[in-house]
Design a protein around this ligand. Structure first.
Ligand SMILES: C[S@@+](CC[C@H](N)C(=O)[O-])C[C@H]1O[C@@H](n2cnc3c(N)ncnc32)[C@H](O)[C@@H]1O
Length: 500
């Protein structure tokens, strides 16, 4: 990885120089040949490959087909004809997967409509000027990752033969001052939950974005708020983000903010289908306009079913315009409120209304829902039978470890793992073996910011530890928490867990 970063640095410094374009291209091609990098591979692809190889598995970048889909559905020909100086920005542009697609798309629009653009705007753009015009006047980006920004500039140079130093800046979009407004935002903002954000950074974000970023909020919420602040009235935004905020308690203020300040015109709800490789995120793509008028309809596009087999059919029909294998319908924006967004068509809505009318109570009237146990260090607390026996861990502390993957329709399958329920330890002398076992991981336990802050001994875990609740009857749904709604209550089953 270090070598790659040094190479990027060298190439970047070369293309920054005021030399001939041909010479710069030759320099890059020679580099690719020498390092066995395929000609058609972008530096961005190589950068992410290297990041993943270096163990950064959660790295998400926008796949090319999705990037092209977002651009095409966001900017239309008229936007460019009306305003050839349209300012498009990616607030967390990384190595430019979205920006490069924007360039290719705008380039086509300019080439095909050059005459009308010139006559309408009193311009005299020539075909040969278009690339320069787009790179210097239309595209902008920010990111905290300095290498990613350099990679973006190299890839953009390769497709445009243009180089802009100042339009793509190493900046923390959320914290630093952004001194201009933009016509269009396009992004795949980082999705980082409260547990993974450094406490001092979280404190700063709460100070700036306290109205929407609190409790279990995600930093992507702040990207919505700051982007809308920097978006011109009537400007458009598209983000691919996690759909979690649509239903979560922590997303309530963001939902309210979006309903009150924007007109949402299209939502792609992947509905359990996961288009990002190696990343456990349920995404959505949301398109909106900054305006307070919300008398619009939202077009919802969803797979027919949330099953895995639907994945490729849905993605092909969405991104490659192959035969339609998706469900499309519209709902009035006025029909959604900050309590939670559920996107259902007329038929589903009628069924839900009937169930609701006939129900004497709803889920929250009959049960509480809590987050499960977060150990902070599974290696320290989760054990198998052999470990329990060989380490003679005190049996009164041992409880079954039930994960959501163990929950099936009509049953909870028995896992092979158990948790050392250390919160039951009242007196350390009574449970020496358990303590000895957990203590091996003391270093890792202390590294966990949450555990460190909240647990003095570093020997216990967060969440779900309240025995009052773990002894109660539980309502499990075999569907994942994202899709639980009134319709699914029928499919949920009551299971009594017997804690030995
Ligand atoms: C999911 S990646 C998206 C990258 C790129 N837009 C794409 O679609 O492939 C998120 C990016 O956000 C950047 N990032 C994280 N925090 C940021 C911040 N506060 N300001 C700007 N960029 C940030 C990361 O460095 C990363 O490149």
């Amino acid at each position: 990885m270090n070598n790659f970063i040094e190479d990027v640095e060298e190439i970047y410094n070369f293309i920054k120089k005021n030399t001939d374009v041909e010479e710069k291209i030759h320099f890059i091609e020679t580099y690719k040949q020498k390092s066995n990098m395929k000609k058609e591979i972008s530096f961005s692809e190589e950068y992410y490959k290297q990041k993943i190889m270096n163990g950064k598995n959660g790295v998400v970048y926008t796949p090319p087909e999705m990037a092209a889909f977002m651009v095409k559905n966001l900017i239309n020909v008229n936007d460019v004809i009306e305003n050839p100086f349209i300012k498009v920005v990616d607030p967390s542009c990384g190595s430019g997967n979205l920006i490069c697609k924007c360039f290719l798309y705008l380039n086509q629009i300019f080439i095909k409509n050059i005459e009308v653009i010139n006559s309408k705007n009193n311009l005299n753009l020539k075909l040969k000027d278009i690339s320069y015009h787009i790179v210097h006047n239309n595209l902008f980006g920010f990111d905290v990752d300095e290498t990613a920004i350099k990679v973006l500039k190299i890839d953009l140079f390769l497709i445009s033969n243009q180089f802009s130093e100042k339009n793509f800046q190493v900046k923390d979009f959320l914290v630093e001052n952004i001194d201009r407004k933009f016509d269009v935002f396009i992004g795949n903002p980082p999705y980082i939950g409260h547990k993974s954000v450094d406490s001092s950074y979280s404190y700063i974000l709460r100070k700036i974005y306290g109205s929407i970023y609190r409790d279990k909020g995600d930093i992507s919420y702040c990207f919505f708020q700051k982007s809308l602040k920097c978006l011109k009235e009537g400007g458009k935004l598209v983000f691919v983000t996690s759909r979690y905020f649509c239903e979560s308690c922590s997303g309530k203020e963001l939902r309210k903010f979006l309903i009150e300040n924007t007109s949402i015109y299209k939502i792609i709800d992947f509905y359990g289908i996961r288009p990002f490789k190696r990343v456990g995120i349920d995404p959505m793509i949301i398109f909106l306009v900054r305006t307070k008028n919300c008398n619009n309809n939202i077009e919802i596009i969803r797979p027919n079913k949330s099953e895995k087999e639907e994945k490729y059919k849905f993605l092909d029909s969405l991104f490659l315009d192959k035969s339609e294998k998706c469900k499309k319908f519209s709902i009035p924006q006025k029909s959604i409120n900050s309590d939670g967004w559920v996107f259902v068509d007329e038929v589903e809505k009628n069924i839900m209304d009937k169930i609701e009318a006939k129900s004497e109570f709803i889920l929250k009237d009959i049960c509480h829902s809590y987050q499960g146990i977060i150990t902070g260090c599974d290696r320290a607390f989760i054990v198998d039978r052999d470990t329990i026996n060989s380490r003679k861990i005190e049996l009164r502390l041992i409880k079954p470890w039930v994960k959501s993957s163990h929950i099936r329709k009509n049953e909870v399958i028995k896992g092979e793992k158990f948790i050392i329920y250390s919160n039951l330890i009242q007196n350390e002398i009574e449970c020496p073996n358990a303590i000895k076992y957990i203590r091996q991981y003391k270093k890792s336990l202390w590294k966990e910011e949450n555990v460190k802050k909240e647990r003095e001994s570093g020997m216990s875990f967060n969440g779900g530890e309240n025995r009052k609740f773990s002894k109660k009857r539980k309502l499990y749904s075999h569907t994942n928490h994202v899709t639980i709604d009134l319709l699914l209550i029928r499919e949920a089953i009551l299971v009594q867990i017997y804690i030995p």
